[in-house]
Ligand binder design. Structure first.
Ligand code: THU
Length: 132
């Protein structure tokens, strides 16, 4: 029988810190790392990748979601995002939308204010349900 494992937030933070080492952030000098735990227990990671055109910058969460899909696309249950001081970073608006679609309902995100669900971070969201 499978058991629900408690989320190891330190492991997720450490994975985000490791991913942050590969950030490409020469314009902002603001490297970010993200790590997500999937339903099947895998850890997927990402870092921000900036661009000379600025507006094409990919956030760490974008790159984490790409890693998630590369690994089969199993939904996320927990996400940690860290800044250069290892502090939790509030996901930007675009990334909240990405996390909503790629997480289970109730996806937990570590923020500076504590754990929040994606629904708390993005209330009354537009979602796949609106397309039905
Ligand atoms: N950034 C992220 O990677 N994730 C966010 O949720 C917010 C911002 C990145 C984008 C850019 O490379 C740098 O942080 C400064 O905005």
């Amino acid at each position: 029988m499978s058991e629900v494992q408690p989320i190891d937030w330190q492991q997720l933070r450490d994975a985000a810190i490791k991913a942050r080492a590969n950030a490409y952030a020469p314009y902002s000098s603001y490297p970010v790392g993200a790590a997500g735990l999937t339903v099947t227990g895998e850890i997927v990671t990402g870092c921000n990748v900036e661009n000379a055109s600025y507006g094409l910058t990919l956030c760490a969460e974008c790159s984490m979601v790409s890693d998630q899909h590369k690994n089969g696309g199993t939904k996320l249950v927990a996400v940690a995002i860290v800044d250069q001081l290892n502090q939790p970073l509030a996901p930007c608006g675009r990334c909240r939308q990405l996390l909503l679609e790629n997480g289970l309902p109730g996806l937990l995100i570590e923020t500076a204010a504590g754990l929040r669900t994606i629904e708390q971070l993005l209330p009354d969201a537009f979602s796949t349900r609106d397309l039905e």
